[in-house]
Design a protein around this ligand. Structure first.
Ligand code: AMP
Length: 572
């Protein structure tokens, strides 16, 4: 993979990128940046949000813009206010060391007078939603005569939202001589029509696979009875205590109902949909972005333009109507160089649609098993214990109470004390799941075959997780590369911020303990705990990888084993 400096960008841009923590270009950037620096041809790029497309189109334009010319030279059209703000913010960061370049975001829902005043600052780059941009053009505040670059970002979304006429009107007013760049996650007839009408012999840029963003995404489906959909959602959330994700529903009503139920059941969840005011929406989004809310329940329309990095899960509470919508939904995770999980809850009648989706997006869906009550209780118990081990003690505050606390506990044995503390949190799960039934349903073909998972597993927990850069693929490749584990079955893998839990064929318990005792990750000794053995897996097995083994971020211990390195600080 190349570096940004190999793409022909100037030192001022490189300096800004370095400060933003952009180390290496994403695939779409690798292809688009050198092309646009060297060519004035129009470009169609298939890319969804999260692939790094903003930098892909804006960096070469920033490099080529004439800083001495204060007319508007570049117009970016995008579907939502949030996206316009985000793109402009990125451009502002990219131009930190290019003081001659100014940019402005314009969008509906904010007083036009304020934006008219800001236009007096003479931004060379204007980013906006089609309606507001047209309004400013009609008022002659935004002059398009000097436009050299027009970018249509998320073109499919703009057309889905009914902006076709506004886009037509904007383009008709522009000079013939300009470079048009069209970015779209999907290519349908109406996007193609825009390209045919307004672009000249466009150069196509695709990154390996049309669904480039989803290469970092694992797709799962869970099959349940219709009546169990909500309970299945709860179990998925309970099995992933560090979840930070979006739950997509089909209607505003369903969105609100699911969010209300989750809140009543003590989950950290909020809703966004069309009936929520802009002000409220901003508050909800800020809480979600700051991880104060773990689950955002949303309609597709309300979630447009949501730009939150590091989401762990996208949950399709229902299958969306179209493949395009699924691609957009799942593209909210696995952004930039991260990995993510997109999962769908289906009933038996919908299962055939999974096969169709697999064909259309060119990715396979793995069948996930809704965890049993017992599995969830174990997961929560060990998560609680992990949290206790990692919590930082505020010695100053606690010391003054210690004497009294010790007195209250003086007649209690250590074991009883531990049990009582753990029960404060854990009883909630025990009570809820004490008579929980199996929610999984199976297709007639599956019922004829005995389930593979009658075999038994051990479950392990290690003290490194997402924060240390672990992902499912690297862990699988690492396990598969171990000679002692050749052909071993691997069960469920759950990666949270600072720990990873995985299941392995019970018979390999000792080998696993040995292997992990002797390795490090990013210089940190790995501590492994066997949480349970002789258990059933909560999912079907990971497919054996045929790729050449790679060690991921794992390396042999430099200090020859033993000795516990500290745990990484927990991000909370
Ligand atoms: P975008 O697809 O442009 O919305 O980018 C998605 C996210 O990835 C944004 O938060 C960017 O700041 C970030 N990003 C884009 N390119 C890179 C890169 N080369 N390295 C690291 N982060 C990036």
């Amino acid at each position: 993979m190349s570096q940004f400096k190999d793409l022909g960008l100037n030192p001022r841009i490189l300096q800004a990128l370095e400060e933003m923590g952009f180390e290496k270009p994403t695939p779409i950037q690798e292809k688009t940046i050198p092309f646009l620096i060297g060519s004035e041809k129009d470009v169609i790029a298939l890319a969804q949000t999260g692939t790094g497309k903003t930098a892909a189109f804006s960096l070469p334009i920033i490099q080529k813009i004439d800083e001495s010319d204060t007319n508007t030279q570049c117009l970016v059209l995008c579907p939502t206010r949030e996206l316009a703000i985000q793109i402009e913010k990125d451009i502002n960061n990219f131009t930190k060391y290019s003081p001659g370049i100014k940019s402005l975001a314009v969008f509906g829902g904010e007083m036009i007078d304020k934006q008219i005043r800001s236009m007096r600052d003479k931004p060379q780059i204007v980013v906006g939603t089609p309606g507001r941009v047209n309004d400013l053009i009609r008022r002659r505040v935004l002059k398009v005569e000097s436009i050299k670059w027009l970018i249509l970002d998320e073109a499919d979304e703009m057309l889905n939202m009914g902006f076709k006429e506004e886009i037509d009107e904007t383009i008709i007013n522009m000079p013939e001589q300009k470079q048009v760049l069209l970015f779209s996650a999907t290519m349908n007839r109406s996007v193609r029509r825009i390209a045919d009408n307004y672009m000249k012999k466009p150069h196509d840029i695709a990154v390996e696979n049309q669904e480039q963003g989803s290469k970092n995404i694992e797709h799962f489906y869970y099959m349940v009875h219709e009546k169990d959909r909500y309970q299945a959602l709860r179990r998925i959330a309970d099995m992933n205590p560090d979840i930070h994700g979006i739950i997509f529903c089909r209607t505003k009503r369903e969105t609100q109902q699911v969010a209300d139920k989750l809140m009543q059941d003590n989950y950290s969840a909020e809703a966004i949909h069309g009936d929520i005011s802009q002000e409220q929406r901003t508050l909800v989004m800020n809480r979600f972005r700051d991880k104060k809310t773990q689950l955002l329940v949303a309609t597709d329309v309300a979630a447009r333009g949501i730009d939150v990095n590091g989401l762990t899960h996208i949950i399709n509470y229902n299958l969306p109507e179209s493949v395009e919508t699924y691609v957009h939904r799942s593209g909210r995770t696995g952004r930039a160089h991260n990995t993510g999980i997109s999962l769908v809850i289906v009933n038996m009648r919908e299962q055939y649609r999974i096969k169709a989706l697999e064909r259309q997006i060119g990715q396979t869906f793995e069948k996930g098993m809704i965890p049993t009550g017992e599995q969830i209780c174990e997961r929560q118990l060990f998560n609680l214990i992990d949290n206790v081990c990692q919590i930082e003690i505020n010695e100053k505050q606690i010391n003054k109470y210690l004497e009294l606390i010790n007195k209250k506990f003086e007649n209690m044995e250590r074991e009883e004390l531990i049990k009582k503390f753990v029960s404060v949190e854990f009883n909630r799960f025990l009570e809820h799941y004490q008579n929980a039934s199996d929610l999984n349903t199976s297709s007639p073909q599956e019922r004829e075959q005995p389930r593979k998972s009658s075999m038994l597993f051990s479950r392990f927990s290690i003290n490194v997780g997402r924060n240390a850069g672990i992902n499912v693929k690297d862990l699988l490749q690492f396990l598969n590369s171990q000679p002692e584990l050749r052909s071993v079955e691997i069960g469920n893998i759950t990666i949270s911020d600072s720990s990873t839990v995985f299941e392995i064929d019970d018979r390999y318990k000792n080998q696993i303990m040995e292997i992990f005792k002797n390795i490090q990750m990013n210089g940190l000794n790995i501590e492994i705990i066997c949480e349970a053995s002789g258990i059933e897996s909560s999912r079907d097995f990971y497919r054996k990888e045929s790729r050449p083994p790679r060690r991921g971020g794992f390396s042999p211990r430099r200090n020859g084993g033993g000795g516990g390195g500290g745990r990484p600080p927990r991000r909370r």
